[in-house]
Ligand binder design. Structure first.
Ligand code: ATP
Ligand code: MG
Length: 494
């Protein structure tokens, strides 16, 4: 930590004392906020990450305003453990850099400062001004520049949902609620801050975020928000493909993925984003994927988690349906399935490595089906490194089919005879960034994805994009824009 706030004498003389009256807080965009004193809410400092507290107190000690904000406040109010802790402050990026030596500025469209503590970092964002959509963008609302500084109120009103727009003030541990977030958490409602029609057009990825939170917390939508989801799903095509893919993956890798997928289907997002997939699977196929995800959700409730490869493969399971063992030849069917999955998967903007692993695992399903009666093959295949993944997918997708019971018994007993425990699972939910996915079947970093990893993940996003850059005609400039997210630091985590 370095020397005192350079402007301490001027701008921050305003108020050193906590607010004790909501009317003391800025409010021009809406009614005075609710101020919820320490004794009236459940958030305790002992539940807040130590390094985030250090940042909050560091700012406070230099007479800056400092708030814990966003998902962390929401999760703590719900009695959950936050994944990360974001800080909002009136200190500018330059001030933050000066104040915390262990920091780095990231983002262009949305500049934030990461303060590093070993493996992790605390994201500090300067309070933002109200959003002024670009007038010259064909009358569209899409936001390009998001670096106008503002105050607490403007910052609250530009956040996506009321449940994400709560501030925990480090001076007196009170909560500041401009938009009714506390009420909506209690009522389990996802409600846009402001007019959903406008907010979803400004940034269509918010629609996927709405679904992500509704599914994760088992919340319902406020009627206006729901109506906008039903009307505006087509807008999602205007969003960055990379952000879209990230959000879709957060939805299918978090708890209650079945509910998330159902909403994506029902609101029409799968149809709009993945028309080939939707047509190739048909309604019955989509039901099969839903069953597969239900099996994964059930396993997760019993603390059994599967790697990304196993989860993603589920999206393509129905493409095996047309196989007829009595009529087909393995090699022909395998070639057909490979080709189908590749063509559908690649048009879904999935990383190639992930599509490849789905192909391998699906070929594995065919192998199980075709070769259960060839002893030598059985013995060899069960000791292949990826067998366990193939087996897990088999169990999730077909584990309860009586007609496969006999075949599966052959494989299971051969596998058991090896003596080693069956793998293909991970210790904690697989939160690898989809774009940093390295596709070593069954290997790679699992579970824990620290902030540090997320920095590397960003480079991997570029790798992945550059890989496809030639055939798709990307240049560096468009890649930069594509990968810029709302907060630019808004990387994978889900
Ligand atoms: P998670 O638990 O998934 O991290 P989160 O609420 O912390 O949920 P982040 O993506 O980490 O979500 O974003 C942090 C905060 O930034 C959000 O709580 C919200 O206030 C704000 N935010 C993020 N994305 C947007 C967006 N697209 N539009 C408006 N506000 C956003
Ligand atoms: Mg977060």
């Amino acid at each position: 930590m370095e020397s005192a706030h350079p402007n301490a004498g001027e701008t921050h003389q305003r108020r050193f004392v906590p607010f004790n009256n909501p009317e003391d807080l800025p409010h021009r965009l809406g009614p005075a906020p609710s101020l919820i004193g320490r004794e009236d809410h459940s958030i305790s400092r002992k539940d807040i990450d130590r390094d985030s507290l250090r940042v909050l107190y560091g700012l406070k000690d230099h007479n800056y305003d400092a708030y814990l904000v966003g998902g962390a406040v929401r999760d703590l109010l719900m009695g959950k453990t936050p994944k990360d802790f974001d800080v909002a402050t009136d200190a500018r990026p330059r001030d933050l850099r000066r104040l915390f030596r262990n920091s780095r500025e990231v983002g262009r469209r949305f500049r934030i400062v990461h303060v590093f503590f070993g493996q992790k970092n605390v994201e500090c964002a300067t309070l933002r001004a109200a959003v002024e959509p670009n007038g010259d963008n064909n009358g569209e609302l899409y936001i390009e520049d998001d670096n106008q500084w503002g105050d607490l109120e403007t910052d609250a009103y530009r956040r996506d949902f009321t449940i994400n727009a709560l501030y925990y003030d480090i001076r007196d541990f009170s909560l500041i609620d401009y938009t009714g977030g506390v009420r909506d958490i209690a009522a389990k409602i996802i409600r846009c801050v402001g007019d959903p029609q406008v907010r979803f057009r400004e940034d269509p990825v918010r629609m996927l975020r709405a679904i992500k939170f509704a599914a994760r917390f088992n919340f319902t939508f406020d009627p206006d928000t729901e109506r906008a989801l039903r009307e505006l799903q087509g807008e999602i095509l205007k969003a960055s493909r990379f952000r879209v893919t990230e959000e879709i993956f957060r939805i299918i890798t978090q708890a209650n993925r079945t509910a998330g997928l159902k909403m994506l289907v029902d609101f029409g997002f799968m149809g709009v984003l993945y028309p080939d997939w939707t047509v190739a699977l048909g309604e019955a196929g989509i039901e099969q994927v839903i069953d597969y995800f239900t099996a994964i959700d059930k396993a997760a409730e019993a603390e059994c988690y599967f790697p990304l490869e196993v989860i993603t493969t589920g999206l393509f399971i129905p493409l095996l349906d047309s196989v007829d063992v009595s009529r087909d030849q393995f090699h022909k069917v395998a070639a057909r399935v490979t080709q189908e999955v590749r063509s559908v998967g690649n048009r879904m903007d999935l990383p190639k490595r992930l599509v490849n692993s789905a192909v391998e695992i699906l070929r594995g399903q065919l192998y199980l089906l075709f070769f259960a009666h060839q002893n030598k093959r059985v013995r060899r295949y069960v000791s292949a490194p990826f067998f366990d993944l193939v087996w897990r997918v088999n169990q999730l997708a077909f584990g309860d089919l009586p007609e496969l019971a006999e075949i599966n018994e052959v494989w299971l007993s051969a596998r058991k005879s090896l003596g080693s425990p069956i793998g293909g699972t991970v210790d904690s939910p697989d939160r690898r960034d989809i774009f940093s996915f390295r596709g070593k079947t069954g290997g790679g970093r699992h579970g824990h994805t620290g902030r540090r990893d997320r920095r590397f993940a960003r480079d991997a996003v570029l790798d992945e994009v550059l890989e496809g850059a030639e055939d798709e005609g990307f240049d560096d400039e468009s890649i930069d824009q594509e990968t810029a997210t709302w907060e630019d630091g808004d990387e994978a985590e889900g």
